[in-house]
Design a protein around this ligand. Sequence first.
Ligand code: KG4
Ligand code: ZN
Length: 336
Amino acid sequence: MKNDVKILAIESSCDETAASVIVNGRKCLSNIISSQIDIHTLFGGVVPEVASRNHIMAIDSVVNLALKEANCTLNEIDAIAVTYGAGLIGSLLVGVSYAKALAFATKKPLIAVNHINGHIAGNYLTYPELTPPFICLLVSGGHTAIIKVDEYNKHSVIGSTLDDAVGESFDKIARVLGLGYPGGPKVSREAIGGRTDLQFYKSNPSLGFNFSFSGKKTAVINYIHTLAQRGEEVPVKDICASFQHIAVEELATKTIAACKKYKQNKLVLAGGVSANKQLRERLQELGKENNIKVYLPEFEYCTDNAAMIGASAYYSYIAGEDIADMNLAPAPGLSL
Ligand code: KG4
Ligand code: ZN
């Protein structure tokens, strides 16, 4: 029977070189991720040029390993999918060039995937029964948005950050506290047992469904610097717990309000910050109170991976959309 669609997906938008084989957008046969975290930790954050060089070194073996682990040959693959934006130009270029060459050599269709649609689709792998429409809270290193997903790979933005993304704020606060990179998991670990009531700033209630994290981040950093300059002890645990609390409350309450306003009873979490335990628990709690079913991606589909890219690509493939040719170019600033 040859009704199954097998997609080989490639992701290299930031500092993870990843490849995966996905069947019918829902079943993951392999999910290989070569992370560069150890390399970038030395610099306290991602160095774009270093990232692209490491993608070049890793990509061929990562793709071969994904095929091998899926017990699958290139012949059995129906299409090649690749993230073409948003992300770092040099990093995207490696995945896009590799995928183009592979599609050209094997005469297979090439599918261009928006990284954000990928994050959303990570949930289709976790929940085989999940179908649009739904409200998605997208929280990553580069994006923070409430999105209404109307159909597969089709959505409208209800609200988004006016400045920094929430993941980026976690990373910057962690850096100032000397906790290392990536900051989200480190801040979240430090937050355990910390006080959540430090007041860094006055909140701005006029943003509607939009967010602003730049002011919050700066207020936290100023607080840390002021204490340090005075020679006073910096309460790292309390700062982490309080910032996390503020961020989680704002993200969770606005997303629930959006579900109510748009009369949606399905809420889907996506993006790297969806690994945050506090955010997951708070959404579930508010979901229960408001009769909204909350979908949380499995941890392996939270941060960047290629399985989610393959899941999104399947829906483009069957719709005959996003089919790219040899002119496909990376789009670092691709919008939501
Ligand atoms: O989606 P992702 O892997 O890359 C982008 O597309 O940006 O997200 C990475 C972001 C980083 O900012 C990282 O600090 C954050 O996700 N992150 C977390 C946690 N795990 C990763 N933030 C808060 N809590 C976590 N447990
Ligand atoms: Zn991402």
